[in-house]
Design a protein around this ligand. Structure first.
Ligand SMILES: [Zn+2]
Ligand SMILES: [Zn+2]
Length: 127
């Protein structure tokens, strides 16, 4: 029961966030309500939630894994300075069928596509 409560809270905090937080950031949010929770527990629950399809792990170049409660296919724009990740709104056609002509012996199952940019905060801090 305790695990379920923790997992629910982690999922809730993630769903309330648009920032695609890292496990450490989620831990900080959840700890405010569950002071005894450990970072390891947060990791474990995020792992279970992602295996169950409730959250997505986002792989971005280099830094820590980030998590997303939006599990439909969508695009991210990533700040190349601070690593901040935001969803991109609007329609964008990435049709897997159009990749049929690609020269690979792999069966193509999808495309991972990242848009890079500089977020407003980093742009404002430019010296
Ligand atoms: Zn930035
Ligand atoms: Zn997202």
């Amino acid at each position: 029961m305790r695990l379920t409560k923790q997992r629910k809270l982690i999922l809730e905090r993630l769903r309330n966030s648009k920032s695609h937080p890292t496990a450490t950031e989620i831990f900080d949010k959840v700890r405010a309500e569950l002071p005894n929770i450990s970072l390891g527990t947060v990791y474990r629950n995020l792992d279970i939630l992602s295996k169950q399809g409730f959250v997505k792990k986002i792989e971005t170049c280099g830094d820590q894994k980030r998590f997303d409660a939006v599990t439909r296919d969508h695009l991210h724009v990533i700040c190349s300075r601070c690593g901040k990740v935001r969803d991109v709104e609007g329609e964008f056609d990435l049709d897997v069928d159009k990749l049929a002509g690609i020269d690979s012996d792999f069966t193509i199952t999808g495309i991972r596509f990242e848009i890079l940019g500089i977020c407003p905060a980093c742009l404002a801090n430019r010296s």
